[in-house]
Design a binder for this molecule. Structure first.
Ligand code: SF4
Ligand code: SF4
Length: 133
């Protein structure tokens, strides 16, 4: 029987399993098919306090995967080397993905967390000319 404890009841040395049962092949198993444990943070939103969010523009993206590699929170969703979008349940709004995006204009930009994504896309900047600041 599962025993539920509060965060302040967890003792030093407690082991929190990421996956159910024996599972050793996270690298070769599609992320959507992995047997995540019930306490895995993938199952809950941990980004409620975000102020800014990255908005993704598919029309400009070149699928270089820089954002996916550098995101410190595994919040860029990519499948078969194709960028799909941002996991807003886990993204903390740090802006690293925007910094490392190489396109002109960038394919990810930070906006207020309250702004509608379609509205943000309609405000996307034009391509900067070489030498322009
Ligand atoms: S803002 Fe930070 S946490 Fe969110 S997707 Fe970009 S790099 Fe990841
Ligand atoms: S870094 Fe920019 S261009 Fe590269 S995959 Fe991410 S959004 Fe697309």
């Amino acid at each position: 029987m599962k025993k539920y404890v509060g965060w302040d009841e967890v003792t030093t040395g407690t082991l929190l399993h990421s996956f159910e049962g024996k599972f050793g092949d996270a690298v070769t198993t599609d992320p959507d098919d992995r047997p995540y444990a019930w306490m895995n943070s993938i199952n809950v939103s941990v980004a409620d306090w975000r102020i800014l969010k990255p908005v993704y523009n598919r029309d400009i993206c070149i699928d270089c995967q820089n954002c996916w590699i550098f995101c410190p929170d595994t919040s860029i969703i990519s499948r078969d080397k194709k960028m799909i979008g941002v996991d807003y349940d886990h993204c903390k709004g740090c802006g690293v993905c925007v910094e490392v995006c190489p396109t002109n204009p960038k394919s990810l930009l930070m906006f207020s967390d309250f702004k509608d994504n379609e509205e943000a896309l309609s405000e996307w900047p034009e391509k900067k000319k070489r030498g322009a600041k």
